[in-house]
Design a protein around this ligand. Structure first.
Ligand code: NOJ
Length: 968
């Protein structure tokens, strides 16, 4: 939430005033801590932490109240199904918790724990609540799209104490389920990798009726001060039935119902993932101590503006997926729960048997997960490589969407372009200054009084004319559409929302009303299949008048952001489709809206099947299937620039790599060198968009003036020329989940020195190693080289070699970018106005030779727009340079659309091949053999530390065909 100084409605003005007043006590431009809970202010977080403290204090004498009933455990079709008993008092009373442990064909395992009473609906709700009684069990419906097939090959053995299941590839994985106390050890190759409930922190808060006890004063003086014989120790119920925060009270109709579990990674010193947080990629400890956090990492999607850059505070999205990494081994867990979740991380001296075998680091990472409601439902991935873990997670939640090609080019946004003429003017100016861009964006002010699906008649009277001008250079428009629907008589959309009863309800079953940009609003409930159908209908061209096929959508505020709600979101007792409480589904909410918009764009007109592009702010596990995300309202400060890469890297680790940050910083006016550096960094964000708050000065690249405009243009051109490489990386992510920008440990899982590096990264499989400058006044950067290969400066071929840190010059005009020897990088070098206009342009191949004078690379190409690639309409080539020959090989799988596509690409060829690091012996060569013909080659001698290089001009080979070029 943020407030404009030119408010467009009176309520905004008064809220702006309120906000200004309330911020008097806090420094300007600081996150409003007081708007968001700390763990101590969240009942279940405090309870679970207190439980952990008790366990630690008790040490060996800690009694874990959970045990599996041995006879209950059955093995059926790849699943162990049984019951855990939770002892709830010293009288021997227990609560039954059904447990299912599923072993999947993919090698992943899943542990699901429910509560019988709630499952059967045998509980009473307070306050006449009409909410569902079960623990929320539909997260799977939204997050999971495949990979649930049960194994047929696992072997199980049982005795009175434990059940052991051997599963996974070549039965290398093993789960040892101990009955009393309940715990599971997951092993790979006989070494324990992941432990459940090793510390005994499992906690399933069972249902209980509220017993009104006499107040202390009343019982006093009644004479009977003797303790009752078998009285149980009093529990602190103060946060069980009701909680208040920031003037909002949450009356919990189902009472306490949190779930918690400790998950230990023995011998693993680093854990990554669980976005979204601003902080280092290698997650910090959270229980205090030098440089550590004091609060757990929180996942509760929220509109946290002006967020600080090193904090476990929650942000807009939540992916409860974590990877743990040690030398040559990666494992992961996915905690599939959509309620508010906190994760404590503690690193301790390793005490495990693996150490004695010399495996792993000297550190164990102990994590402790707890969610306010729902199931314990956890997937375990045993690797062993980071890519294996990401792939297995993607098999379940889906891989990243293969976007349209324009979506990975440059996006020009601000809040707001003020008229359709303004948009056209920016469009013309970008051309005048030869600055490439693909998409211009409209923020909320384009609407008629924040009524989505309308255009302000005074400022955007001719949207179609604007769209047409953009289309003439194959450019697109993205317009914002948020989930709050203005509560205004005579607005047909809200009338339909109400009459069809498709909005989120309050606890009494009435349509919920809250405040957002339009003032009084209702929220479409995209958990409801009928609401999705209706939402889809709104995007048809005849319904969303003034839209056209080069218009795409931005979904913002979908946490959801509610200005007058608790923690700027909805009350937890609001009701969604099926009467699930908002508390149960909060973290999935944003994804359901994103999903509905994605579905809507799929086919706005019958037969017009193109890949949607929808940007979302809020997200959950699975959102990667639907589009891109960005890191929300950052600040125009160097620290915010530096914070973006670790965030984007962690997003990629957690399966959602199509990520970016507002280039230039959302709040404030960046100095010109900051803006310039930000464009250089942004050229390496998978999602690359400049954006700015309504109160900031205009900052389109041509306004910066020289030398800045020129340097920014160079950064943009670099992105455009490397689009073939980026698109190939997106393709890879779309088939196996490998991140688009990759942290070191992904490529070098054995290089311990680099596990935590999060300010340099590789671009796809290209061997491009980038370290954009994120600090003020830098003249050089230190780039860490993971091996003894040759590394060439991308621009001037200066050569670096030898494992370790190298100083690379980085004056303002320079992006520190190296090519690792051994790679072939595809490019398109002709400067154009947009990516669409580059479609038929010829390619350049850059071959960076390694010490053995070999190199490999790949190129993926399709029409960049439709789904025809699913029928084989694409080119996928492997290039290999060895023994003086460059070979292009087909690695595609043919389909019914292949031939037609290849025909359309027949004339697209290679115009240039640059070979870097060529031996001196090439100095006399002037030509190469291409089939039975020849092409010219020029040799350029090296110069000091700069490598020699050669260029082949016009080899006349087609991009879609097999060929060999001989340099011998
Ligand atoms: C909040 C978003 O984070 C920001 O990018 C946008 O400009 C404003 N909402 C206005 O829509």
């Amino acid at each position: 939430m943020r407030f404009s100084s030119s408010p467009s409605s009176s309520w905004t003005a008064s809220l702006a005033l309120l906000s200004a007043l309330s911020s008097l006590s806090t420094p300007a431009n600081a996150v409003k801590y007081e708007n968001f809970k700390t763990c101590a202010q969240s009942g279940f977080c405090s309870r679970n932490r207190a439980y952990a403290d008790k366990a630690v204090a008790a040490g060996q004498s800690w009694e874990v109240p959970y045990q599996i009933v041995p006879d209950s455990l059955d093995w059926k079709d790849g699943q162990l199904i049984g019951t855990i008993l939770k002892s709830i008092n010293t009288k021997g009373d227990t609560v039954r918790l059904p447990i299912t442990i599923s072993f999947l064909e993919s090698g992943s395992a899943r542990v699901t724990i429910d509560e019988e009473k709630r499952q059967k609906g045998e509980i009473d709700l307070r306050h006449n609540s009409i909410a569902r009684k079960e623990r929320y069990n539909e997260a799977e419906k939204w997050a999971i799209v495949g990979g649930l097939e049960l194994t047929k090959s696992a072997e199980v053995s049982k005795d009175g104490k434990r059940a052991t299941v051997k599963y996974g590839p070549e039965a290398k994985f093993e789960a040892v389920v101990t009955y009393a106390p309940f715990g599971i050890d997951f092993k790979r190759d006989d070494v324990t990798q992941v432990k459940f409930n090793d510390r005994g922190l499992m906690n399933v808060e069972h249902w209980r009726p509220k017993v009104d006890k006499p107040k202390k004063e009343e019982s006093e003086g009644e004479g009977d001060q003797k303790p009752i014989q078998d009285a149980e120790p009093e529990e602190d119920e103060s946060t069980w039935w009701e909680e208040s925060f920031g003037g909002h009270t949450d009356p919990k109709a189902r009472g306490p119902e949190s779930v918690g579990l400790d998950i230990t990674f023995p011998g693993y010193e680093h854990v990554f993932g669980i976005p979204e947080h601003a902080g280092p990629m290698s997650l910090k400890q959270t229980r205090g101590g030098d440089g550590n956090y004091n609060d757990p990492y929180r996942l509760y999607n929220a509109d946290v503006f002006e967020y600080i850059v090193d904090s476990p505070m929650t942000l807009y999205g939540a992916i409860p997926f974590m990877q743990a990494h040690r030398k040559d081994s990666t494992v992961g867990v996915f905690w599939m729960n959509a309620a508010e979740t906190w994760i404590d991380i503690v690193k301790t001296k390793a005490s495990h048997s693996a150490l004695s075998l010399g495996i792993g680091s000297k550190t164990d990472t102990q994590t402790h997960w707890f969610s306010e409601s729902g199931l314990v439902d956890v997937f375990v991935f045993l690797g062993p490589t980071p890519k294996d873990v990401t792939k297995a997670y993607g098999e379940l939640t889906g891989y990243t969407q293969l976007p349209q090609e324009f979506a990975i080019a440059y996006h020009q946004c601000r809040w707001n372009y003020v008229t359709d003429e303004d948009v056209k003017d920016v469009d013309r100016k970008m051309d005048k200054y030869s600055i490439p861009y693909d998409v211009i964006w409209l923020d909320i002010e384009y609407t008629d009084e924040k009524k989505y699906f309308t255009w302000d008649p005074n400022t955007f009277g001719n949207s179609l004319g604007m769209l047409k001008q953009l289309d003439s250079a194959e450019r697109k428009l993205v317009a914002i559409i948020d989930p709050h629907i203005k509560n205004d008589d005579g607005y047909p959309i809200v009338d339909e929302l109400k009459s069809k009863d498709l909005a989120v309800h309050n606890k009494d079953g009435q349509i919920y009303e809250g405040w957002c940009w339009p003032g009084s609003s209702h929220w479409v409930d995209c958990f409801n299949p009928e609401a999705i159908k209706w939402w889809i209908s709104l995007f048809k061209y005849d319904k969303f008048k003034g839209s056209a096929d080069n218009l795409f959508i931005w979904n913002d505020m979908n946490e959801p952001s509610v200005f007058n709600g608790p923690e700027t979101t909805m009350p937890k007792d609001n009701l969604h489709h099926g009467n699930w409480e908002h508390r149960d589904v909060h973290n999935i909410n944003g994804m359901t809206f994103h999903n509905a918009t994605y579905q809507a764009l799929l086919e706005r007109k019958k037969g017009e099947l193109r890949r949607p592009f929808v940007l979302t702010r809020s997200y959950y596990a699975g959102s990667q299937r639907l589009g891109a995300m960005w890191t929300g309202d950052n600040e125009a400060k160097w620290e915010a620039l530096a914070a973006a890469f670790p965030m984007i890297l962690n997003n990629g680790i957690a399966g959602f790599p199509f990520a970016g940050a507002d280039v230039g910083g959302f709040f404030g006016n960046p100095e010109k060198d900051l803006l310039t550096r930000w464009y250089q960094a942004g050229a390496f964000y998978p999602f690359f968009r400049g954006h700015a708050h309504i109160d900031t000065r205009r900052r389109e690249p041509y306004l910066a003036g020289e030398p800045y405009t020129g340097i920014i243009t160079q950064a943009l051109r670099l992105r455009y020329s490397l689009l073939p490489a980026w698109y190939t990386a997106f393709h890879e992510a779309s088939v196996d989940g490998t991140p688009i920008i990759r942290p070191h440990y992904f490529e070098y899982p054995g290089d311990e020195a680099a596990f935590a590096i999060d300010d340099q990264f590789f671009v796809g499989s290209t061997g491009l190693l980038a370290k954009p400058v994120v600090t003020e006044k830098a003249e050089s950067v230190e780039i860490y080289l993971p091996d003894n290969e040759l590394y060439y400066d991308y621009f001037d071929y200066t050569t670096y070699t030898g494992q370790g840190k190298k100083t690379v010059p980085a004056p303002l005009e320079k992006i520190p970018l190296l090519m690792q020897g051994g790679h072939i990088i595809p490019r398109k070098d002709r400067p154009r106005r947009s990516s669409g206009l580059m479609k038929w342009d010829p390619y350049t191949l850059v071959i960076a030779l390694n010490k053995a004078e070999t190199a490999k690379g790949e190129l993926y190409v399709d029409d960049g727009e439709t789904f025809d690639y699913q029928n084989g309409a694409y080119i996928h080539r492997a290039f290999e340079f060895a023994a003086g020959e460059l070979v292009s090989k087909d690695i595609s799988t043919k389909g019914k659309a292949t031939d037609k596509y290849l025909k359309s690409m027949k004339r697209v060829g290679i115009e240039k091949i640059v070979i870097v690091g060529v031996p001196k012996a090439w100095a006399d060569k002037t030509s190469v053999k291409v089939g039975s013909g020849e092409a010219m080659m020029e040799y350029h001698a090296g110069d000091g530390s700069k490598a020699a290089w050669a260029v082949v001009k016009g080899p006349k080979v087609a991009i879609g065909e097999d060929w060999t070029i001989s340099f011998a």
